[in-house]
Design a protein around this ligand. Sequence first.
Ligand SMILES: Cc1cc2nc3c(=O)[nH]c(=O)nc-3n(C[C@H](O)[C@H](O)[C@H](O)COP(=O)(O)OP(=O)(O)OC[C@H]3O[C@@H](n4cnc5c(N)ncnc54)[C@H](O)[C@@H]3O)c2cc1C
Length: 329
Amino acid sequence: MPSGVLVIGEVAQGRLAPITGELLGAGRRLGVPGPLSVLLVGPDPAPLAAEAAALGAERVYLAQSPALPGYWPELYLAAAEAALAQARPAIVLLGHTNIGRDLAPRLACRLGAGLAADCLELALEPASGLLVATRPVYGGSAQAEVVGRAGQLQMATLRPRAFAALEPDPSRRAEAIPLALSFDPAQAALQVKERVAEAVAGVKLEDAQIIVSGGRGLGGPEAFAQLVELAGLLGGAVGASRPPCDSGWVPAHYQVGLTGKLVAPDLYLAVAISGSSQHLAGCSEAKAIVAINKDPSANIFKVARYGIVGDYKQVLPALIAKVRELRGG
Ligand SMILES: Cc1cc2nc3c(=O)[nH]c(=O)nc-3n(C[C@H](O)[C@H](O)[C@H](O)COP(=O)(O)OP(=O)(O)OC[C@H]3O[C@@H](n4cnc5c(N)ncnc54)[C@H](O)[C@@H]3O)c2cc1C
């Protein structure tokens, strides 16, 4: 009888990626009968078992990759299948990240499982114990609750930063279980030839607690220098709506929205962004949106907690000066 939750963890630069803690936190809070397990894949995942335990894992499946460090679909599929065969979970959770978005549908298809993608909330249906996942639909204009089928493995990908990790407790212990993998890199249909790391100065957009984002109303690439300055002062990251990316003012990976990054920071400062549904699909889970726009009827003000009606050319320098003053120079 399947029981418990299996989290497909992620490792970045030899540490647990923040999403792993968030998935474990979500798995713990669900209260599903059975153990909370996590799968860690990497060239040397064993030292991370204690960190995973501190974040709530009771069993840590360790898949040592012989291949390049990093994501390789067939390697992760083999590792996930090996972990599933041992853990026999009722529910599998992945991040709605580059890895999870690629791996989850492949795995769900192989296992004949139901998959709810980009979930913002999870609960259990009291009578059946089935997973009830809340996820955005129609580009984020509405949310739907989806329920798995009885007797079927239930899978979900969770939006980064939509779920809180548990407070780490180093006294928590987990059983570490090494997995034997039947993965032969030479036989893999997909060969990873090279990895090119995205050059990110400062905080990664998906992990940032504060994001300062700019839109077409900035009028050109020069104004982004002020956004970079403000984000630097606040310890945040810079994002953008689609037009500045399409116009080459900023790199494409700055884009927030339906076809860009999905972010859920504590503070999202939208500067000269109108608030299209496609943009809001990527940032509406922010705890607070603050908008600066010269058009009082701009849609962004409908979702903003605080709004400043004005020209960014006047508002931003004043804001930067005030933040500088509050930070003591
Ligand atoms: C399939 C599809 C997918 C898409 N995916 C995305 C996506 O992922 N992300 C995304 O962002 N968009 C996406 N779009 C595009 C989206 O529809 C909008 O066109 C886009 O979000 C608009 O960007 P914007 O708000 O920066 O520009 P605009 O809508 O042009 O708004 C500019 C705003 O700046 C304000 N402004 C102008 N000058 C100033 C000033 N001096 N001071 C203050 N305010 C000023 C204006 O009042 C206006 O509100 C997608 C579209 C499609 C069809």
